[in-house]
Write a protein of this length. Sequence first.
Length: 195
Amino acid sequence: MEEKLQSELKFLRSQTNPHFLFNTLNNLYHLARKNSSNTPDAILKLSGLMRFMLYECTATTIPISKEIDLIRDYIELEKLQYDNRLTVDFKVDATIENQKIAPLLLMPFVENAFKHGASESTGNIWVYIYLTIKNGVLEFSVKNSKDPDTQYSDEGIGLKNIKRQLDLIYPNHILEIKNRENEFEIYLKIELVQN
């Protein structure tokens, strides 16, 4: 049973990594088409993200600090594309020592906020990300602005995939998804693995 579980998790992660990579490469493509001076910085940040995905994501769990660093790097990469139109607020209220999490578990939620919110919106856009850890319980919230007529599905491959991973790894998790007229929000609560 454990072997079957690990096999399914590996398969799910093997889908998540290319999905994430293709979306990021698409962002680079747009920077390059605009002859943006940010393109070299974006390529450098992407190489760091790829290194993480190739070498860090093979473990069952990673320190939460690495996932937080990955999110920060991804935010910086996204900021290169949107200039002053984008407001991002990422707050961490946590003691992260000895806290572990399954790799790339939080990242798809952040990526979706940019892909479906920021990239499909005109005018000023915002993404708010809050992470707290208290007594080994992680709470993670991602909110993003969206145009009222933007179709925002919670049934795409990325969210379906992450929902299944949560079911397998953290069966007692809470995941709430709210699709409002002008904003999209996810809320996740899980008990972390401690050293």
